[in-house]
Design a protein around this ligand. Structure first.
Ligand code: PRX
Length: 660
C-alpha cells in the first residue's frame, strides 16, 4: 500500500435509474426481475453457497461429479472437488449435443474495409468445433500435451479464439499475451511460465497498418531460450522470417487433421490458464485460473449480469482484447457457454471512421454491448454525429468495465447509445477474480451513474478497515471479499509468497482486491481507486514500477519515479519524473527517445504522457520516493498533508518550476 494513501469519499450522485418498464419484454424474459428477488437470492447464496453454486454447476456437463462443492482453507480454495469436466466441451460440444450445432457461435469482423465492406466470418457451433478440433490435433502433432503452457500472442482474429479453445480442449493451459506488448514483455512472460510453445500471427491490422507480431516474437526469442516451437498464422501477408525447425505455419499443421478430437477430462482444479497482470513490483505476475470454478462463475455472470436469453436473437459484443481477462471471460468462455453468439472485432474503434463501432452494432444487430469508460470518453470527444448516423435500436443492455466511469460519461452512454432504454451494468472485477464481482443486474438493480452498485450472487463483498471491521456507510476503506467464490485466482504462478502477501495479508482471512471503496446509504459500492502502485491507463493495468524499470534501463536515466495523473480520455495518464546522467541534455528529443524506449520495453500503452527532468526526486529521510507529492505536482495541485519527512524542500520547488 502507498505510504501516503489518503482515502477520500467525495463521490455523490442523486440520479437513480430503474430498469426500463419493458425490459423483460425486449429481452425475451428476465432472470432476476426485482430487487426483492435479488436480495432473496443473494442472501441464500451467501448462507448456503454449496447449494447455490451446485445448482448452477448442474446446468453444465461434468464427466465425473464433485464430492464437495467448496473446500476453503484460506488462502486456498478448491471448487467442485474431484469432479472432471472440460470447458471447451461446455462451450461447444454440449450445445451441439443439445441440437444447436447449426446456430451461430462466433461472428468475426476484420478491420480492413474494402469496396464490398469489411470481411465477416460466422462460425456455427459445429464449424467452430471442427476448427478447434483440427487445431487441437495440430498442437498434439507438434508435441503439445496436457499441462504444457502455451503462449498465445495474436491479433483479434477468429483463430485466437480457436487457439484458446483448442488449448482448453487438450488440457494445455494458455497464457495469452496482449498483442500490443513488446518483445521483452513476451520474453519475460515466456520465461516465467517456462512456456515452450508459442502461437502468433505474421501481423495484426491496427488502424490500417500492420503491426508485425512475428518480428516481435523473433526478437523475444533472442532474449529467452525457452521457445522451442512456434505456430504462425498468416493474416496480413507481411514479410516474415521463418526459422526452420522452430516455426510452423498454422495452415500446415491443420492440413489433413481430423475434425474431431476428444476432450481431456480435466480435474476441476487443473489449471485452465495463466494471465499475466501488473502488480506493485516491476515483475508482472501470472494469475492462475483453474477449470471447474472459472467455468461455472463465467457461465452464471454472463447469464445474469447481461440477462442473456438464448433463443432470442441476441448478439453479444465485448470490445475488449482477448489479451485481457475481459476478453477471456466475456468474449470466449462465459458467452459461448450461454448459447449466445459472441462478436469479435479485429481493429480500432475509429477506423476507417469514428463511427465504426456504431456501424458494427447496426449491421450485426448487436443486443449487448460491453466496453470500457476510456472508449466511451473517446466517443464523446469524437462527437455525437457518429452514433446519430446509425440505428442502434437493437441494443438491450450496455456494460462497462475496467475503471471507474465518471457520471458524465455514464450519462452520455445512457442517452446517446442506450437512448435511455438500456440498463448500464458497471461491472467491477479483476484479472484475479476471473468474473464479475460487483455489478447491477439489469432487470432488477436501480443504477446510479458512477457506482457499480451491489455484489453479484454468491459474492460477499465488504468495505472494511485493516482489522476487518465493516465500515459504516460513506466511510472509505479496503474493498475485500470475505468468502471464496468459484473463479477466484488459485495462485501467482511460481510465487506462493507473493500470492499470500498481495491478496491475503492486508486483512486476516479475507481477499483484498487492492482497491479502496465506500458504500453509500443504499449499500451501493463506489470504487475509489487502487491502494497500491498500480495505475489504470485506459482500463489497462500497469505497475508504476514496471514503467520505472523501463525508464532506468535507458542509459540517460539514473532514477525514475512514475505516478498516475488525471487524463481526460485515458482516465489515468502516466507522469514520469527522471534524473539524468550528466552526459544527456534534458530536452524534447530525449523525451521522445524515452517514450519510444518504454514502448520498446513494455508496449505503447505504457508510454508516459509527460516526462519531467529533475536534479533530484523528493524523498523521505529513509530514502522512499514521496509519490503523493509527485502526484500533486503532476496534477498541478499544491501539496497538502505531512511534508515533514521531505528530505530537501528545494527539490519540490524545482519540480514545480520545471515545465515540460
Ligand atoms: O481498480 C479496479 C479497476 O480495474 C482493476 C482490475 O484491473 P484488471 O485486473 O486489469 O481487470 C480489468 C477488467 C476486469 C480493479 O482493481 N476496475 C475494474 N472494473 C472497475 C474498476 N474500477 C471501477 N469500476 C469498475 N467497474
Amino acid at each position: 500500500m502507498n505510504e501516503d494513501q489518503n482515502i477520500k469519499s467525495s463521490l455523490s450522485e442523486e440520479r437513480v435509474f430503474d430498469p426500463p418498464q419493458d425490459f423483460a419484454e425486449r429481452c425475451g424474459g428476465v432472470w432476476v426481475d426485482s430487487m426483492d428477488t435479488y436480495r432473496e437470492l443473494h442472501k441464500a447464496s451467501i448462507e448456503d453457497p454449496e447449494n447455490f453454486w451446485s445448482t448452477v454447476a448442474n446446468e453444465l456437463d461434468w464427466f465425473e461429479p464433485w464430492t464437495k462443492v467448496v473446500d476453503w482453507n484460506p488462502p486456498d480454495a478448491k471448487w467442485f472437488v474431484n469432479a472432471r469436466t472440460n470447458v471447451c466441451h461446455n462451450c461447444l460440444d454440449r450445445l451441439i449435443n443439445l441440437g444447436h450445432g447449426d446456430e451461430p457461435a462466433l461472428i468475426w469482423e476484420g478491420e480492413p474495409s474494402g469496396d464490398d465492406g469489411p470481411e465477416v466470418k460466422t462460425y456455427t457451433y459445429r464449424e467452430l468445433h471442427a476448427e478447434v478440433c483440427r487445431f487441437a490435433n495440430g498442437l498434439k502433432s507438434l508435441g503439445v500435451g496436457r499441462g504444457d503452457i502455451v503462449t498465445i500472442y495474436m491479433g483479434m482474429v477468429p483463430e485466437l479464439t480457436i487457439a484458446v479453445l483448442a488449448c482448453a480442449r487438450i488440457g494445455a493451459p494458455h497464457s495469452v499475451i496482449f498483442g500490443g506488448f513488446s518483445a521483452s514483455a513476451i520474453a519475460d512472460r515466456v520465461e516465467d511460465a517456462k512456456s515452450r510453445f508459442l502461437i502468433t500471427c505474421d501481423g495484426a491490422w491496427r488502424r490500417g497498418a500492420v503491426v508485425p507480431l512475428k518480428a516481435q516474437v523473433d526478437q523475444a526469442a533472442t532474449m529467452t531460450d525457452k521457445i522451442e516451437t512456434t505456430i504462425v498464422l498468416r493474416r496480413c501477408d507481411n514479410e516474415i522470417d521463418m526459422r526452420v525447425g522452430r516455426d510452423h505455419f498454422w495452415s500446415d499443421i491443420v492440413a489433413d487433421q481430423p475434425d474431431d478430437c476428444p476432450c481431456e477430462p480435466m480435474a476441476s482444479e487443473d489449471m485452465l490458464f495463466l494471465l499475466y497482470t501488473s502488480g506493485s513490483t516491476g515483475k508482472p505476475k501470472g494469475i492462475v485460473h483453474t477449470t471447474g470454478g472459472y467455468m461455472v462463475h463465467t457461465y452464471l455472470t454472463s447469464r445474469y449480469t447481461f440477462n442473456l436469453r438464448p433463443g432470442h436473437s441476441h448478439v453479444f459484443w465485448c470490445t475488449a482484447d482477448v489479451g485481457w481477462i475481459t476478453g477471456h471471460s466475456y468474449i470466449i468462455y462465459g458467452i459461448l457457454q450461454n448459447h449466445v453468439p459472441t462478436l469479435m472485432y479485429e481493429g480500432a474503434p475509429n477506423h476507417p471512421e469514428p463511427d465504426r463501432f456504431w456501424d458494427i452494432i447496426e449491421r450485426h444487430k448487436v443486443t449487448h454491448f460491453y466496453t470500457a469508460p476510456t472508449a466511451i470518453r473517446a466517443f464523446m470527444k469524437w462527437g455525437d454525429e457518429h452514433p446519430r448516423k446509425h440505428d442502434l435500436s437493437s441494443l438491450r443492455v450496455l456494460g462497462t468495465v475496467g475503471e471507474p466511469i465518471n457520471p458524465e460519461a455514464w450519462m452520455w452512454y445512457h442517452r446517446m447509445i442506450g437512448r435511455e432504454q438500456c440498463p448500464i451494468v458497471d461491472t467491477w472485477w479483476q484479472t484475479e477474480t476471473g468474473g464479475h464481482m460487483i455489478t447491477p443486474l439489469p432487470g432488477a438493480t436501480p443504477t446510479v451513474p458512477g457506482s457499480c452498485t451491489l455484489p453479484f450472487l454468491g459474492i460477499d463483498a465488504a468495505v472494511v478497515d485493516s482489522t476487518g471491521r465493516e465500515l459504516p456507510p460513506n466511510e472509505g476503506g479496503l474493498l475485500v471479499i470475505r468468502k471464496p467464490w468459484p473463479s477466484m485466482l488459485r495462485g501467482v504462478y511460481g510465487d506462493r509468497q507473493r500470492f499470500i502477501d498481495t491478496y491475503f495479508s492486508a486483512v486476516e482471512g479475507m481477499y483484498f482486491a487492492g482497491d479502496s471503496a465506500r458504500r453509500d446509504d443504499q449499500g451501493n459500492f463506489w470504487i475509489m481507486g487502487r491502494m497500491d502502485d498500480v495505475i489504470n491507463v485506459s482500463g489497462h493495468r500497469l505497475g508504476t514500477m514496471e514503467v520505472e524499470s523501463a525508464l532506468v534501463s535507458h542509459d540517460a536515466v539514473v532514477e525514475a519515479a512514475v505516478v498516475g495523473m488525471p487524463h481526460e480520455i485515458k482516465g489515468t495518464g502516466i507522469a514520469a519524473f527522471c534524473t539524468l546522467s550528466g552526459d544527456y541534455t534534458p530536452d524534447d528529443a530525449l523525451r521522445g527517445q524515452l517514450r519510444a524506449h518504454v514502448a520498446e520495453e513494455i508496449g505503447p500503452i505504457a508510454k508516459p504522457d509527460i516526462i519531467r527532468f529533475t536534479d533530484a526526486l523528493p524523498k523521505t529521510r529513509s530514502g522512499k520516493i514521496m509519490r503523493r507529492l509527485l502526484r500533486d505536482v503532476a496534477e498541478g495541485k499544491e501539496s497538502t498533508g505531512d511534508m515533514t519527512t521531505l528530505e530537501d524542500f528545494s527539490v519540490l520547488a524545482k519540480l514545480r518550476g520545471d515545465q515540460e
